[in-house]
Ligand binder design. Structure first.
Ligand SMILES: Cc1cc2nc3c(=O)[nH]c(=O)nc-3n(C[C@H](O)[C@H](O)[C@H](O)COP(=O)(O)OP(=O)(O)OC[C@H]3O[C@@H](n4cnc5c(N)ncnc54)[C@H](O)[C@@H]3O)c2cc1C
Length: 433
């Protein structure tokens, strides 16, 4: 424990702004720690959405990636109920403007598709069962004083020993924390999601494969088509994506193949806007406050697994608060140190993002897919990047080799000097969807 720390005392109140996976996970972890330490505390979660009514949701495709099941079981004693699972994801297929490749690799653990509002309702109910007080009001302001915090809501106001910011990238809440502390919102990409309901036969034909698209479309960083139980979810991400860019994405040749013939020229009826962080927030913790999940910008760079990171960082914050204290130094030495898997991977993720954007800008992604088709180690790297299975640091360290460098050099010359298009080896063409 650091010199200026003040440990949480019996009967103290911990306020959590936001009851998404990060906030709910943090609440459950706090109450588990409090039982283990025999130090009863009050945990108050402010969540203005009512997930159980399925009218409110948090923007998401709803894929739970490994090792989420293990995190929930080992750290929070939770098992995902079977009725929440829509289907298991079988694999990933990567598409450039011209080429498609089924990514071959092995994931340890299952990737599960769920309805996000049902998953959030489950987590928040578990937090309540563990003993948290869930307040269905919007937080409207916070004050952080040396000796306590005040949290204002549309209903009751609460005094606490510490406030946890688990509010995602909600603009209003970011401003509230920016006004109350020296926290600064993380950089982010915008996203648009739409859904199509093509009928059961078409969905069955797609199998449970996630199709990831890295196309050379200005402003678009990536897109994906994900089959769910009764519909397909289509999402795009980029600095300036909009419903217009979504329409262009849907009308692009590589995507058209995954749309039902009768819906290929249709305009989707619903678009949902969202965002996800691509860098950590500044001053993401301080005396008596800590942010977690999307609010902290602490997610795997480029290819998310945002739910995993939100829950993990919520658990780290809970441990830090209960075992050590709530000062800036405590959060730095404990919470932030525990986040090292995420923070150490940030520069590597940035490199992968820049290289991927360059590859799509210069229409080189087809060549990269062709390299993956003929080079096992690069195929593994692509699989691990798209599935989010390994850290970028590990992917880069395991993949970089003189032979791969030569392979890339040959493809670069072929592409930029001789202007030759990439082709897949014949056996891989058959695999391409
Ligand atoms: C298009 C898209 C698709 C995605 N798909 C996936 C995916 O398939 N799998 C995956 O793992 N991740 C995915 N993510 C990322 C994932 O959704 C987030 O990383 C994750 O939800 C972060 O959890 P969180 O608890 O930090 O924040 P959130 O889930 O955003 O939860 C924040 C909560 O705080 C509440 N809140 C905010 N302000 C206030 C306030 N003032 N008062 C009261 N309550 C407040 C909100 O209502 C919300 O419930 C996706 C993201 C996007 C944008």
């Amino acid at each position: 424990m650091s010199e200026d720390s003040e440990p949480i005392k019996e009967g103290d109140t911990i306020c959590i702004v936001g009851g998404g996976p990060g906030g709910a996970g943090c609440a459950i972890a706090l109450l588990k720690e409090s039982r283990a330490l025999n130090k009863p505390v009050n945990v108050v979660v402010f969540e203005h959405k009512k997930f159980s009514e399925h009218r409110h949701y948090n923007q998401c495709i709803g894929v739970l990636s490994p090792p989420l099941e293990n995190i929930l079981k080992d750290e929070l004693d939770l098992v995902i109920p079977d009725e929440l699972i829509l289907n298991e994801i079988d694999g990933y297929c990567l598409h450039s403007d011209r080429l498609s490749l089924n990514l071959e690799g092995v994931e340890k653990g299952r990737s599960l598709s769920v309805k996000r509002s049902r998953f959030d309702a489950f987590m928040l109910e578990e937090a309540e069962k563990a003993g948290a007080e869930v307040v269905h009001n919007r937080v409207t302001g916070i004050e952080v004083h040396p000796e306590e915090v005040m949290v204002y809501s549309e209903g009751d106001n609460y005094k606490g020993a510490v406030v946890v910011g688990a509010f995602g990238l909600d603009d209003g809440s970011c401003r509230i924390f920016e006004q109350g502390t020296i926290y600064r919102q993380p950089d982010f990409l915008n996203t648009v999601i739409t859904r199509l309901f093509p009928g059961p036969e078409f969905i069955e034909g797609m199998e449970s494969t996630i199709h990831a698209f890295l196309l050379s479309h200005p402003g678009l960083e990536f897109g994906a088509v994900t089959p769910k139980a009764d519909h397909i979810s289509i999402n795009i991400a980029g600095r300036n994506v909009s419903s217009k860019v979504m329409l262009q994405f849907l009308r692009s040749e590589p995507v058209q193949r995954f749309l039902p013939p009768h819906q290929r020229r249709e305009k989707p009826l619903n678009y949902f806007k969202g965002k996800f962080p691509i860098a950590p927030a500044r001053n993401l913790f301080g005396d008596r406050y800590v942010t977690i999940g999307d609010a902290a910008g602490l997610i795997r760079p480029f290819k998310g697994k945002g739910i995993n990171s939100a829950i993990n960082t919520g658990i780290f914050a809970a441990r830090s608060i209960m075992r050590h204290g709530v000062s800036l130094a405590d959060f730095k030495d404990n919470f932030y140190a525990d986040c090292r898997d995420l923070t150490e991977d940030l520069p590597y993720g940035r490199v992968v993002r820049v290289l991927t954007n360059l590859a799509t800008d210069f229409k080189f992604m087809g060549q990269m897919i062709a390299i993956a088709a003929s080079d096992k180690s690069f195929m593994k790297a692509m699989f691990n990047s798209v599935s989010g299975h390994h850290s970028y640091k590990r992917i880069i360290c395991e993949t970089a080799s003189p032979s791969l460098t030569m392979h890339f050099a040959a493809r670069i010359i072929q592409h930029f000097v001789f202007r030759q298009k990439a082709n897949l080896p014949v056996d891989k063409v058959r695999q391409a969807v």
